[in-house]
Design a protein around this ligand. Structure first.
Ligand code: MLT
Length: 254
């Protein structure tokens, strides 16, 4: 009996590496471990109706102006701090059930939501972090198709936490007997980084450039939330311009 066809995985360490049309009709996994991916998964787990990622503050203000006030929240950061006039910043600990249940959240972050916006022409875009890694891996196992991992990075450059998360996804899939995975050099490097740094995620986050910055400005507790592997059974999916929980969500673990 013929085996499953190989899966080609393209890994991008920063969104700027390619034009947004590169993602057209592809399956894309966007990673921003610190902290947009984590915050989105936590908000949806806590009952937020939807997240609308925007690439800049102007769009956030414009879109929220056209929506109904008390069911819409504006959330986002500049230099990791809440944007003036917004209801929430980008700390996953702010997105409690009491605050977000039933709400539409317009969300603007420096690297994360602009990576999501860049991948908006994708056939399917899912949002990944350590906290929902098994949900992501299970989705990709069911998908059985080529995909791109798009790391949000930091200030248009490489960041280790997104790369290690990408490597962990790849290594989990590589542990399956089939299909064969075809990796590019970035994917191989990500897998190696996970081997080196992925065993102690919190330590890796604490030593990362952005993790150290977050700790310095008072968000050290966020690193614990962002590094807690498989703590949230939610798969956020971008459909049109809105992120919601995947309809076919399941709860099995990888
Ligand atoms: C981003 O999108 O750049 C981040 O999520 C920054 C942050 O830690 O708030």
């Amino acid at each position: 009996m013929p085996g499953k066809s190989p899966i080609r995985i393209e890994t991008r360490f920063t969104p700027r590496e390619v034009d947004e049309l590169h993602f057209k009709d592809k399956n894309v996994v966007v990673i921003d471990v610190l902290r947009a991916s984590t915050t989105i998964a936590v908000a949806l787990r806590n009952g937020a109706k939807e997240i609308i990622p925007v690439a800049n503050v102007e769009s956030a203000v414009k879109i929220s102006g056209s929506l109904f006030g008390d069911v819409t929240l504006r959330a986002g950061e500049r230099n990791a701090r809440r944007i003036e006039g917004f209801n929430l910043g980008n700390s996953p600990r702010e997105f409690t059930e009491a605050v977000v249940r039933g709400k539409s959240i317009i969300f603007m972050t420096t690297n994360g939501t602009s990576a999501m916006a860049r991948g908006r022409h994708a056939r399917k875009q899912i949002i990944a972090g350590f906290i929902n890694l098994s949900m992501v891996v299970n989705f990709l196992r069911d998908l059985m198709s080529d995909f791109i991992i798009l790391c949000a990075g930091r200030e248009n450059g490489f960041c280790i936490e997104d790369a290690v998360c990408a490597g962990k996804i790849i290594n989990r899939l590589a542990g399956d007997s089939e299909p064969e995975l075809i990796l590019d050099d970035s994917g191989r490097a990500a897998a190696a980084l996970d081997m080196n740094f992925g065993a102690d995620i919190l330590k890796m986050l604490e030593r990362s450039t952005h993790g150290a910055y977050l700790s310095e400005i008072g968000f050290a507790e966020d690193l614990k939330v962002c590094g807690e592997l498989d703590s949230v059974s939610v798969l956020p999916v971008l459909s049109g311009s809105v992120i919601r929980v995947n309809k076919q969500d399941n709860t099995r673990t990888a």
